[in-house]
Design a binder for this molecule. Sequence first.
Ligand SMILES: Cc1cc2nc3c(=O)[nH]c(=O)nc-3n(C[C@H](O)[C@H](O)[C@H](O)COP(=O)(O)O)c2cc1C
Length: 148
Amino acid sequence: MGRTLTAFFSMTRNLSYGKVKKLVIGHTEQAADLICDTIGGDLYRINKTEALLPENIEYPKEITDMDTYDTVYPGYPICCHNMPAPVKEFLKKYSFAGKTIIPFCTHSGSGMGRSADEIKLICPDARLSRGLAVAGAQLLSDPGRIRR
Ligand SMILES: Cc1cc2nc3c(=O)[nH]c(=O)nc-3n(C[C@H](O)[C@H](O)[C@H](O)COP(=O)(O)O)c2cc1C
C-alpha cells in the first residue's frame, strides 16, 4: 500500500452565529489529527495564519517527496462557501496526477460548498473521492464521526 498524506490548513477561527471566536486548536487541525491517528501516514500543515507580524510568518515546508504518496487528504475550513486560498495554492503547486484525493472540511453550515468542484478543476488528473464535511461544532461532540 502506498503512502498517505493528510495536508491541512486551519484558520483557527470559528464563525458561529455571526461571531468570530478564536480557537486554541482549529477545527480542521483537530479533524486532521483524528484522520491521521486513524489511518496513519504523514501530517502536513499547509500554512500558518497567525502571521500578522513578518517575523511571525512561518513559511510552509516544501514537500520534496510528493511522488511517493498515492492518497492525499486535503483538509480546510470552508470560507465563503469554498476552500481558502492557501489550499488552492497547495493543490496548484504539486502534481496530483494519478493520486487519490479525499478532501475533508469543517464548516458552520455550508458543507463542502464549492470546494469539491474547485479540486476537480485544479487537479483534473487526480481520482477525486467523495469528501467528508464535518460541522466544526460537531467535532467536539462527536469526534468518532471522523473515525467511522
Ligand atoms: C472568514 C470566515 C468565513 C467563513 N465562511 C464560511 C462559509 O462560507 N460557510 C461555512 O459553513 N462556514 C464558514 N466559516 C466557518 C468555518 O468554516 C468553520 O468555523 C471552521 O470549522 C473553522 O475551522 P478552523 O478552526 O480549522 O479554521 C467561515 C469562518 C470564517 C472565519
